[in-house]
Design a protein around this ligand. Structure first.
Ligand code: NAI
Length: 356
């Protein structure tokens, strides 16, 4: 096709030395679902990220156009497009980070769980590709329902013997971004100064903003707490309804995904003190050979659930530390119990999808 033709010509005619020099120091990133509502702005923002040297754009439709378009941006990353399942392996080979926004979004009246039947299969197929081509890559999973797709990915990796819990992260950053924005509005602050931990999962009552731990230190009235909690939990639905059938959050999600991917890449580079919220395997099983007596501190766990969103420290190997939830007030403890109940069912649904 004409766009890949002109790109190919450029590669042949270009002075390869300069080109490869510029790209040698960064990371290789693939976006799966790159032609979608999230995928396109995400691809654009990743092309602007100086930590990225190679950007692979994969989708089952429209990647030649998106790739041609984005490849004209005069930033360092080399962009390549991949179309359809037969090009998935080339898209994934050698990647350091794989970001997955592939799958259908919600329409008004739908819950994230209504997407399960379609998106579970898509995530499974893409993760099987990761197993074959870049089993050591960090995976940022955006496709909903995140509370189930992350367990699905984990099961695919476990089956293949490549599961590394430090490298699989469900992206809940949009909940944090929304929480920072809405809390800043109430407090009359600049959202960039506000840090709200959001834990649990990424759907309805599983989204648990910890308003007692907001930085800078502040206090809220009971009315403010219930308004903020509801608005943060329903932020996605607010956008779905405003878009009235044309999809869910894409632009704020792309922003959040890039904020999160950038944190992962800075961690990989070795930067210190990178802490973000993410939905991760929060209870790491010890190897079979471990002595029978297990000291409680020998396992990393936040709750009794196998997956949970909480603050994590990102480093050269991915998730290097998972932080405990910290002191919760009564309102948050009640919210946590509700969240855990729904989360347990969503996690189980994902696990069963692969096991059965
Ligand atoms: P979209 O429909 O605009 O784009 C999805 C893209 O995935 C399309 O280009 C489609 O061709 C592609 N796709 C479908 N099957 C594929 C496959 N097998 N391999 C590769 N690509 C495939 O949807 P949008 O708005 O970009 O949303 C994508 C997903 O992100 C949805 O599941 C949505 O629910 C989720 N999402 C997650 C959020 C989060 O906070 N984690 C926030 C907002 C959306």
């Amino acid at each position: 096709n004409p766009s890949s033709c002109s790109m190919e010509q450029g590669r042949v005619l270009g002075r390869m030395n300069c080109r490869s020099k510029g790209g040698a120091s960064g990371f290789k990133v693939a976006i799966l679902g790159a032609a979608g509502g999230i995928g396109q702005p995400l691809a654009m923002l990743m092309k602007m990220n100086p930590l990225v040297s190679v950007l692979h754009l994969y989708d089952v439709v429209n990647t030649p156009g998106v790739t041609a378009d984005i490849s004209h941006m005069d930033t360092g990353a080399v962009v390549r497009g991949f179309l359809g399942p037969q090009q998935l392996e080339n898209a994934l080979t050698g990647m350091n980070l794989v970001i997955i926004p592939a799958g259908v979004p919600r329409k008004p009246g739908m819950t994230r769980d209504d997407l399960f039947n379609i998106n579970a299969g898509i995530v499974k197929t893409l993760c099987e590709g990761i197993v074959r081509c870049c089993p050591g890559a960090i995976v940022n999973l955006i496709s909903n329902p995140v509370n189930s797709t992350v367990p699905i990915a984990a099961e695919v990796f476990k089956k293949a013997g490549t599961f590394d819990p430090k490298k699989l992260l469900g992206v809940t950053m949009l909940d944090v971004v929304r929480a920072n924005t809405f809390v800043a509005e109430v407090l009359g602050l600049d959202p960039r100064e506000v840090d709200v931990p959001v834990v649990g999962g990424h759907a309805g009552v599983t989204i648990l903003p910890l308003l007692s731990q907001v930085k800078p230190k502040c206090s809220f009235t009971p009315e403010e707490i219930s308004y903020l909690t509801a608005r943060i939990q329903n932020g996605g639905t607010e956008v779905v309804e405003a878009k009235a059938g044309s999809g869910s959050a894409t632009l704020s999600m792309a922003y959040a995904a890039v904020k999160f991917a950038d944190a992962c890449l800075r961690g990989l580079r070795g930067d210190a003190g990178i802490v973000e919220c993410a939905f991760v395997a929060s209870q790491v099983p010890l190897p079979n050979s471990h002595p029978v007596y297990i000291h409680p501190s020998a396992t990393r766990h936040v709750t009794e659930l196998p997956f949970f969103a909480s603050k994590v420290r990102l480093g050269r190997t991915g998730v290097e530390e998972i932080y405990p939830l910290g002191p919760l007030n009564e309102y948050e403890r009640a919210g946590l119990e509700k969240a855990k109940k729904e989360l347990a069912a969503s996690i189980q649904k994902g696990v069963s999808f692969i096991k059965n």
